[in-house]
Design a protein around this ligand. Structure first.
Ligand SMILES: [Zn+2]
Length: 189
C-alpha cells in the first residue's frame, strides 16, 4: 500500500485530527493521528499490518515487541503475519518495562513496532529493553513515521510525513490561546 492510500484511509475514519495537540514527546502540533480510530476496524488493521510486516519477512523474526497502548494492535497483527510471538511493554513509574510474565529469550530475534512514531523516544526505550533482556533487535517499524525520517534511520514505515511540531514555549497555537488537547485523555478520543 502506498502512503497516499494509507492517508486516504485516515481521513474518513476520523483518525487524522486537526487542532492543537500535546504529543507524548511534550511537543505541540496542529495535527494528530489517532490510529485507534483506524485500527478499530480489524480488516483494515490486518491489511495495514500485513503490509508493514512484509518489510521484515526474511529476518527470521521470533518476537514482536510494542509499546502499550498504541502499539499493541499493530504488534499483534504484525506478529500474526510473521508467525512470531507478540508481547508489549508498559510504562511503569515513567519507565518502559515488560510485565505479565512477558520475556525475551537470550539472542531471540525481535522487531519493535508502533502505530505512530513522532520523536522515536518510546521506540528507542523499547529497543533498549530487548538489549537488556539479551535479545537482538533486527528491525523497527511503524505504520506512520511523522518525524519525516529523523526518528530512526532504520525505521520501516508505511507512511513518512514531515509533520509540524512546536516546543511549548514557542508554539503559535498557544500564543493564539487555542485550548491544548491531550488526545489520549479525551473522552471522545
Ligand atoms: Zn501549543
Amino acid at each position: 500500500m502506498r502512503g497516499e492510500d494509507l492517508l486516504s484511509l485516515f481521513k474518513p475514519s476520523g483518525a487524522l485530527l486537526e487542532g492543537h495537540f500535546l504529543l507524548t514527546s511534550g511537543m505541540h502540533s496542529p495535527t494528530y493521528f489517532q490510529c485507534a480510530l483506524l485500527l478499530q476496524h480489524p480488516h483494515l488493521a490486518q491489511r495495514l499490518c500485513r503490509d508493514l510486516a512484509q518489510g521484515f519477512n526474511d529476518l527470521g523474526v521470533e518476537v514482536v515487541l510494542s509499546p502499550a497502548i498504541g502499539g499493541i494492535i499493530v504488534g499483534y497483527e504484525v506478529a500474526k503475519a510473521l508467525g512470531a510471538r507478540s508481547i508489549f511493554a508498559e510504562r511503569v513509574e515513567g519507565r518502559m518495562r515488560l510485565r505479565r510474565g512477558f520475556e525475551i529469550r537470550d539472542r531471540e530475534k525481535a522487531i519493535v513496532v508502533e502505530d505512530v512514531v513522532t520523536t522515536g523516544g518510546s521506540l528507542q526505550e523499547v529497543v533498549g529493553l530487548v538489549g537488556e533482556a539479551g535479545g537482538k533487535v533486527v528491525g523497527v517499524g511503524a505504520l506512520v513515521d511523522r518525524s519525516g525520517g529523523r526518528a530512526d534511520p532504520a525505521l520501516h514505515s508505511l507512511v513518512s510525513l514531515d509533520v509540524v511540531t512546536y516546543p511549548p514555549e514557542d508554539c503559535p497555537l498557544c500564543q493564539q490561546g487555542m485550548p491544548l488537547v491531550k488526545p489520549g485523555s479525551r473522552a471522545n478520543g
